[in-house]
Design a protein around this ligand. Structure first.
Ligand code: PLP
Length: 461
């Protein structure tokens, strides 16, 4: 059993180091001006601690690096494919594997296999690429997450849960024949890394099965979800992470996976399925979009690194430290009275920029401002999740005004130390102490699509 008081200390030691560049305030002023106050436009070499994303930014283990050396780069039937297949069958429990270059490759193939134009796909909040592929295949996405997920102060332990009444209302309205599957994410990124309970997944399964509606898991962060089930759900404290993961997958018909998150690699993903016929079709389609069904857009060595990553990702010590690190930063910020989204999620801390900079109107881009100021203060790179990310209303042309103005501090797995965490907390506190002097921004360049990636800003006088 884990004792709550004992530190989460990194369960690894460092064998190879990648030097970080320390910059001066003047250098950062210049870099941020060149980047138009957009952290996506900064050069990585100008960043000290990079908390932009946890996608593909993982540190691999010595075993994974050794795995790269046993890459079998055969066009067909690579040994590494079979290692990956065995690992997916053992830990996720699905019958069939289709490797893909990353998560969205799997989403594309799955959507093409299961969706007919005019269908509806309900999900517990959306993920950008998942929803985009569902819509490209002709479906309408319907959000069926519980209302608590939209409230940043609410302490519900499973804010990723499905509201079964919302699901039933949809199925009653459009008919089960128009709902090919429920798209279930564990844990829900867009809600702040919030988990779904096993009880809720089972209830969704029991609702869907008699109606012939499949349940497809977005398993990208299912191992992080298993940790929260173990901590928070009755009856799971003594189960292993591997057992919980396996049980959750057993309640679903298949999964799409981005290995760039849970699985401790820099690239890779897969589609896993139980149904023989859907698998036949997916295995056929992967040849068109990714590559032959025994490599799916990956080098043999990448499949090997992911197969080893699965075993490491379900280790209790790993996941305890992974989520412990995020919690450690969150608790440090909370102790200092910094406004953040509650409860602390699995992969990131979300600063509440609206509460941090209450003197800025939403049109002065508080979260964008805060992300820029944090970089100036410390060289730490974070990401805006607010009005810039929300884009414009297609009809009126005005901004969408999201309820939340957030700055996401996302933690790459096994990359940074507790001292980096301390510097992060200290930097945010210093910024908080001088928050009243912070001025907002005005946008001076706005791209047409996904503007947050490339928009540019000037500081208001
Ligand atoms: C990252 C992510 C995806 C997409 O995976 P990519 O590997 O980036 O293509 C899908 N779902 C979730 C929940 C994710 O976090």
């Amino acid at each position: 059993m884990t004792t709550k008081k004992r530190s989460w200390a990194e369960p690894y030691k460092i064998k190879m180091v990648e030097p970080l560049r320390m910059t001066t305030r003047e250098q950062r002023e210049r870099a941020l001006a060149e980047a138009g106050w957009n952290t996506f436009l900064l050069r990585s070499e100008d960043v000290y601690i990079d908390l932009l994303t946890d996608s593909g930014t993982n540190a691999m283990s010595d075993r994974q690096w050794a795995g790269l050396m046993v890459g079998d780069e055969a066009y067909a039937g690579s040994a590494n494919y079979y290692h990956l297949e065995a690992a997916v069958q053992k830990y996720y429990g699905y019958k069939h594997l289709v490797p893909t270059h990353q998560g969205r490759g799997a989403e594309n193939i799955l959507s093409k296999c299961l969706i007919k134009p005019g269908d509806y796909v309900p999900g517990n909040m959306y993920f950008t690429t998942t929803r985009a592929h569902q819509e490209l295949a002709g479906a309408t996405f319907v959000d069926i997450i519980i209302d608590e997920a939209h409230d940043p102060g609410c302490e519900h332990p499973f804010k990723g849960n499905v509201d079964l009444a919302k699901l039933d209302a949809l199925v009653t309205r459009v008919g089960a024949a128009k709902v090919p599957y429920v798209s279930l994410a564990a844990t829900v990124n867009m809600a702040g890394g919030q988990p779904i309970s096993m009880k809720n997944v089972r209830a969704v399964r029991e609702y869907c099965e008699p109606k012939g509606i499949k349940v497809i898991l977005d398993a990208t962060r299912a191992i992080e979800n298993a940790w929260f089930v173990k901590q928070r759900e009755k009856g799971y404290a003594d189960k292993s992470i591997a057992e919980i993961l396996h049980e959750m997958c057993s309640l679903t018909d298949g999964a799409t996976m981005s290995g760039k998150k849970d699985l401790l690699v820099n690239i890779g993903g897969f589609l896993a399925l139980n149904d023989d016929d859907v698998f036949e079709e997916a295995r056929n389609l992967v040849v068109l979009y990714e590559g032959l069904h025994t490599y799916g857009g990956l080098a043999g060595r990448d499949m090997e690194a992911m197969a080893i990553g699965i075993q490491e990702a379900v280790s209790e010590d790993h996941i305890r430290a992974r989520i412990g690190q995020v919690e450690y930063v969150g608790e440090g910020l909370m102790k200092a009275g910094i406004p953040i989204v509650h409860p602390i999620g699995g992969h990131a801390i979300f600063l509440d920029a609206a509460a941090f900079l209450p003197h800025l109107p939403q049109t002065a881009f508080p979260a964008q401002t805060l992300a820029g100021e944090l970089y100036l203060e410390s060289g730490i790179r974070a990401m805006e999740r607010g009005i810039v990310s929300a884009g414009r209303n297609k009809e009126t042309g005005d901004h969408n005004y999201p309820k939340l103005e957030l700055v996401r501090l996302t933690f790459p797995r096994r990359v940074y130390t507790q001292a980096h965490c301390d510097v992060t907390v200290e930097s945010v506190i210093e910024l908080f102490d001088r928050r009243h002097a912070i001025k907002g921004l005005k946008m001076n360049y706005e791209p047409k699509y996904l503007r947050f990636f490339q928009a540019r800003f000037d500081r208001l006088a």
